[in-house]
Design a protein around this ligand. Sequence first.
Ligand SMILES: [Zn+2]
Length: 532
Amino acid sequence: MKQNNYIEIFDTTLRDGTQSEAISLSIQDKLLITQKLDEFGIDFIEGGWPGSNPRDEEYFKKVKALSLKHAHICAFGSTARDPKNIERDNNIQKLLKSETPAISIFGKSWRLHSEKSLGLTDDQNEELIYKSVLFLKKNGRKIIYDAEHFFDGYKDDKEFAIKMLKAAEQGGADVIVLCDTNGGTLSGEVFDIFSSVRKSIDSPLGIHAHNDGETAVANSLQAVVAGAVHVQGTINGFGERCGNANLCSIIPNLNLKMNKKTGQVRNLEKLTSLSHYVDEIMNQVPNNRAAFVGKSAFTHKGGIHVSSILKDNRMYEHIVPATVGNRQHVIISDLSGRSNIRYKAQEFGFDLSDDKEFSKKFVGQIKSMEYEGFQFDGAEASFELLLLAELNEYEPFFDVIYTKINVMFNHEGHKYAEAVLKVKVGKDIEHTAADGNGPVNALDSALRKALMRFYPEIKNIHLVDYKVRVLNERNGTAAKVRVLVESSDGEKMWSTVGVSHDIIEASLQALNDSLNYKILKMQKPGKKVMNY
Ligand SMILES: [Zn+2]
């Protein structure tokens, strides 16, 4: 029995989320994400639109083989096109053939759409909604009715919009979802419109918000305040244009701040890793500034903030980061004082509170490296290695003693690079070569190839992001470059930095740090670590 403060969470990452630019998921990707969403406790997973493409049809066939613990799979589609021909409508047929326990079906709530794009009279539109819902419901599915463009339709003609909701209600829809399809409605309007709809509609109401006014999360929460019991959104807010309402923010807000309960409440500490997992599968660089799950969400830089959180984290944090599986980060820069260093050392189990000399010397070292062009803000793993080395707790696991890189262009302008390396590990010397589509790629491959024999744990490491910044550009060719590398082993991410006059050398420094860091963490798992 669900409590009356229970809010149903409906995830549409696999349907609306894949409408994002530059995102494309294979069937295997979709199945992997389905599994993760189920483990996390999502109530409904909208898997796709079987009427729109064969890949989604295939997904619905394969998803049946997964043994899901909690989630109901849902197929998405539109109402039928002709009121006289509901049962044989192609889209409706495909929805039924998907054999999902739930179906979400959308209909028009804005006359602009029903009239202009479908050429329907009000009565015809109403009939289509009623009959489509009724027919699907008779086939024993849970019906989630999405009232497309509801808020715009309501503002245009309230009677029309409500009449269409009533058609879905009479057809037997289990949930009626008010959609802000164009994403431009503000939270106050959502609250007012929702509250007034509740007076005419008895069925449970839901919200589906888009983020074009950057208010999708706020709108979803306001809808809940006004009585919504079903919230739709996507992981990390992926979706068409500016995206959908971000479930990674909605879920913790509902559970931690609004006295509501969702099916994920026991798994909240998996939220950050779920967010990274979906980024990884979608091949997206995680947004550091994402609320709750971003790397910067609990990051402190200024010295005063740091000395305060050392006393009590509530001073600068809205929740305890571990509640959502995130962690506090303290970063080091020329703004930092000795408390940042002390904090970092404490993370590794070193108490420096008495060792003022060390902290002072180390802050001095960091500041002079920053003057040289290093930046540790985005490269915490390099910083950790530096601190541990200074504390005699770390020595590099290998030494690159020789590097040669050839870059070749053929007559068609195609680039090809080859890296030759000699790496010393203990007393052994490994001599390898590898190629790649560019010098850094070749270097990265050769380095990992050379070390694989000694440290098989580096096998799954890959580069997630690679950034180059030219420093003091005014000096022309004497300019330095800073390379930032973000690496992942599929589960965790860490970032490292290199600085040199030469881009290859700077890249090699950052790659060296990245591999050393991973080996260190694998070899000393007992150590409490900072950003790994
Ligand atoms: Zn949508």
